[in-house]
Design a protein around this ligand. Structure first.
Ligand SMILES: [Zn+2]
Ligand SMILES: [Zn+2]
Length: 184
């Protein structure tokens, strides 16, 4: 009787007497995302959002988290990010003629390895250069080291073209993922 994560959260929502729209409202996402998620498209919601939904519904998702991401969710969980340049959750952008990649973040326990739910790369919780804790952003706020090392050769115009193509590629792949925002 293996219940899946989306079935468990769907059942929890129903027993809480909450509509998809009501849950979406509280979790800060679209009703359509909840709908797709409940039908098994667990990739439409970012992990942090799934955690938030589970909190709202009072559901313990650690048994599922262990399956989806090998770590334990707890109050002491910390921010980690994926530093894989090829990861489809890591979104490239041009900032003042410089290629930057915004990594994907999630909260996870400090004392366990965490692997990116997209590319399975081991995620980092500390700056590889100065050991400062990972914070949201393109790179370390303490020493300026980018979290994702970019390796596209060529001049600025070629890089810009590559970024545009890569963003389209990622947008297509993650069309339903509301975490993708072109906020530049
Ligand atoms: Zn990744
Ligand atoms: Zn640093």
């Amino acid at each position: 009787m293996e219940t899946s994560l989306h079935d468990a959260l769907k059942a929890a929502r129903r027993s809480a007497g909450m509509s998809q729209a009501g849950l979406a409202d509280r979790a800060g996402c679209k009703q359509s995302a909840i709908s797709m998620f409940e039908r098994g498209r667990t990739d439409v919601l970012a992990w942090e959002k799934i955690v938030r939904i589970a909190e709202i519904l009072g559901t313990d998702i650690r048994p599922y988290a262990a399956h989806m991401i090998p770590t334990v969710l707890d109050d002491g969980r910390i921010l980690k990010c994926c530093t894989n340049f090829a990861c489809e959750r890591n979104i490239p952008r041009m900032i003042a003629d410089r290629l930057m990649v915004r990594p994907t973040f999630l909260y996870a326990a400090d004392d366990a390895d965490t692997f990116c739910p997209e590319c399975l790369a081991k995620m980092i919780s500390r700056c590889p250069n100065c050991d400062s804790p990972v914070k949201r952003g393109n790179g370390c706020s303490a020493c300026g080291t980018p979290y994702v090392v970019c390796s596209i050769p060529g001049d600025v115009s070629q890089v810009a073209n590559w970024v545009a193509a890569r963003r389209r590629e990622i947008r297509d792949a993650m069309a339903m993922n509301e975490e993708f925002r072109t906020d530049d």
